[in-house]
Design a protein around this ligand. Structure first.
Ligand code: PMP
Length: 375
């Protein structure tokens, strides 16, 4: 069968090899999956069940339920201070749906998208799928924060978008407000749209995660319920951005996703009543526990938010070798090469019980100690 050149431009080989290795593990300590371990809150479950049983199972408007849009606009005003209008929001099928539609609308053959490295894998593949060229901005020398100088250096007449993710997967970094202002100034000067993936913004452990939308007019903010409400399987999120972009995304949603899942939309109306502070505090404690156990001897990037540790492999070892040894010892972690052009780190997710985290940390420490002996 002749598949389109477009789909052949992307592949899934990096992560597949790790999944193949992981299949041989029995009841592994899984520090690889990027999803919360707390359940969906009871009122949210009840709202979904009530919607199903009340026969509210039809399509919603393409742009999402009016009541939910109003809630999300209020959330944006509260979090970023920015007042988007009702035609500047689209309820999407997760942040993945928002990324897909935003990049489809912004990227085309010959255009370039700036992506700080390490990055969330989808960014690279979606840009390629839509004919663009991902231009990586290495952040290893700046503690995994993109600098305005590096961004300015990477800009060409073909640059259309900058993809930002703060708090970040896989590094856990949050871009501080002052830096966001400087990045915004560079993008404003060069007319570059910022796609701001804020899916982890509820997971900021040492103060709030600021949004660049406050400083850059042409920003599309992507927010999701997957992580903040543990609704990963329900596929819900939203995009706020300039009207022409949201209208273009809505047009394509009409012919593709049609609408975000209706039951998830009805359920999300109950989200404002949910208090997640205890869950966030528990994740902060797990971050502290893992950081305390692992560093030193391992080196960890400042873990400001999200729920990942970005850990440098022991000296003389690649990230892939470190991950392979951990998996052989029954602890699943992901090599940094899945998220980066470099292969020097691993990603460890700490959304699991403290007993399992301790057991996983012990395995990682043992590998680090063995590596010293071997050298
Ligand atoms: N962006 C980032 C940075 C992520 O880590 C994820 C999920 N791992 C997504 C987007 C997609 O999330 P969803 O589609 O479930 O909202």
């Amino acid at each position: 069968m002749q598949l389109s050149a477009r789909v052949q431009r992307i592949d899934a080989s990096g992560i597949r090899r790790i999944f193949d290795l992981a299949r041989s593990c029995r009841d592994p300590i899984d520090l690889s999956i990027g999803q919360p371990d707390f359940p969906i809150a009871e009122p949210v479950k009840a709202a979904a069940i009530a919607a199903i049983q009340g026969d509210r199972n039809g399509y919603t408007q393409t742009q999402g339920l009016a009541e939910l849009r109003a809630l999300c606009l209020a959330e944006e005003r509260a979090h970023t201070g920015r007042s988007w209008k009702d035609d500047e929001i689209l309820i999407t099928s997760g942040v993945s749906g928002g990324l897909f539609l935003a990049l489809l609308a912004l990227v085309e053959d010959g255009s370039e998208a700036l992506i700080p490295d390490p990055y969330f894998v989808s960014y690279l593949h979606l840009v390629r799928l839509f004919g663009g060229t991902p231009v990586l901005i290495d952040t290893y020398g700046s503690d995994f924060l993109p600098t305005p100088e590096a961004i300015a250096r990477a800009i060409t007449p073909r640059t259309r978008v900058l993809l930002l993710n703060s708090p970040a997967n896989p590094t856990g970094r949050i871009i501080p407000e002052a830096l966001l202002r400087e990045i915004a100034a560079v993008c404003t000067k060069h007319g570059i749209v910022i796609v701001s993936d804020e899916i982890y913004r509820a997971f900021a452990y040492d103060g709030a995660a600021p949004s660049i939308s406050r400083y850059h007019e042409e920003t599309v903010v992507l927010v999701g319920h997957s992580k903040s409400q543990a609704m990963t399987g329900w596929r819900l999120g939203y995009a706020c951005g300039p009207r022409p972009l949201i209208q273009a995304m809505t047009k394509v949603q009409q012919y593709s996703f049609v609408c975000a899942p209706s039951l998830a939309q009805y359920a999300a109306l109950a989200c404002p009543a949910v208090d997640r502070r205890a869950d966030i505090a528990a994740y902060r404690a797990r971050r502290d526990l893992m950081r305390g156990l692992l560093s030193p001897p391992l080196r960890i990037a400042p873990a400001d938010g999200a729920f990942y540790l970005w850990i440098e492999a022991p000296a003389g070892m690649t990230g892939t070798a470190f991950a392979e040894r951990a998996i052989a010892a029954n602890c699943l972690i992901i090599p940094g090469s899945v998220f980066s052009a470099r292969d020097s780190h691993v990603r460890v997710c700490y959304t699991t019980s403290t007993e399992r985290l301790r057991a996983g940390a012990a395995i990682l420490l043992r590998i680090a100690q063995q590596s010293v002996v071997e050298r």
